[in-house]
Design a protein around this ligand. Structure first.
Ligand code: SF4
Length: 281
């Protein structure tokens, strides 16, 4: 079990006499909050393929994940805050993986372990394999290798700890679960003859119409990110009942940024108002 090292927490701006440094630390709320979170992450207990064997070795006595407070691998997504995607992601397994991710509480993190989880690896473009889990769920840290060694996984976990250390309670973009609530659930992919991402349904429909007309339909076409963002922003603004600025027509990226910033700001204000109302009760 790791020892409490107060000097890890101490903010050097405030001097503490040398003889008291073992007992006293002066620090910020953000720092102690992040230190607590990153020193007690609970990974979700599941493995997908050969990489999982290395993950299991990392948790065993020689490499000892408990030094990071991560030895408690949970069998339930509702008690986990770290998903280690360790192995080849087949289209069949993708559906439960996304469902498990949605069931994890905020704040939650994802680590893609190995070439397969990061981009398909040796099976990239295979008929049954997804070319990277990041096409479906957001990934915080990628660990390269086939398979990555336990040391590489530990390095990835340390990188994740550094990322958490950098998050500020005062910046709601860093800790959105406090400001605007949990992120939207990722739509569950549909497994048919192939995997279908519900977010691309409109594109698939358009391609099917073109194919039916005997026209080229661009099998590799992906929705441009900018257009998706504009549509997302407009849809959210419509839900809120306010007039959406005319951003689609111009397509200018600064208009999109401004609209998204406005939307984010309004969500923050609403979240703050909700919190104040709850505190008054
Ligand atoms: S990256 Fe290599 S070791 Fe890991 S699951 Fe894929 S094939 Fe197996």
């Amino acid at each position: 079990m790791s020892q409490l090292n107060l000097q890890q927490l101490h903010d050097t701006e405030f001097p503490v006499p040398a003889d008291m440094q073992g007992n006293v630390a002066i620090t910020s709320l953000s720092r102690i909050y992040n230190w607590s979170r990153r020193s007690s992450m609970w990974p979700l207990l599941f493995g997908l393929a050969c990489c999982a064997i290395e993950m299991i070795a990392t948790a065993a006595s020689r490499y000892d994940l408990s030094r990071f407070g991560m030895e408690v691998m949970r069998a339930s997504p509702r008690q986990s805050d770290l998903m280690i995607v360790s192995g080849t992601v087949t289209k069949k397994m993708l559906v439960p993986i996304v469902r498990l991710y949605n069931q994890m509480p905020e704040p939650k993190y994802v680590l893609a372990m190995g070439a397969c989880a990061s981009g398909g690896g040796p099976f990239k473009e295979g008929y049954n394999v997804v070319s990277g889990i990041d096409q479906y769920i957001p990934v915080d840290v990628y660990v390269p290798g086939c398979p990555p060694t336990p040391q590489a996984l530990l390095n990835g976990l340390i990188a994740l700890q550094k990322k958490i250390d950098g998050q500020l309670l005062t910046n709601l973009d860093d800790v959105p679960w406090y400001g605007v609530g949990p992120s939207d659930a990722v739509p569950i992919p549909v497994l048919g003859p192939d995997i279908i991402d519900p977010r691309q349904m409109e594109l698939i429909r358009r391609q099917a119409e073109l194919a039916a007309q005997g026209q080229p339909f661009g099998m590799r076409e992906l929705p441009p990110a900018a257009i998706t963002d504009v549509e997302k922003a407009k849809a959210k603004m419509k839900v809120k009942g306010s007039a959406a600025p005319a951003i689609a027509a111009s397509g200018a990226s600064e208009d999109v940024d401004a609209a998204l910033a406005e939307m984010r700001n309004r969500k923050r204000q609403e979240a703050l108002a909700r919190k104040r109302a709850m505190m008054k009760q």
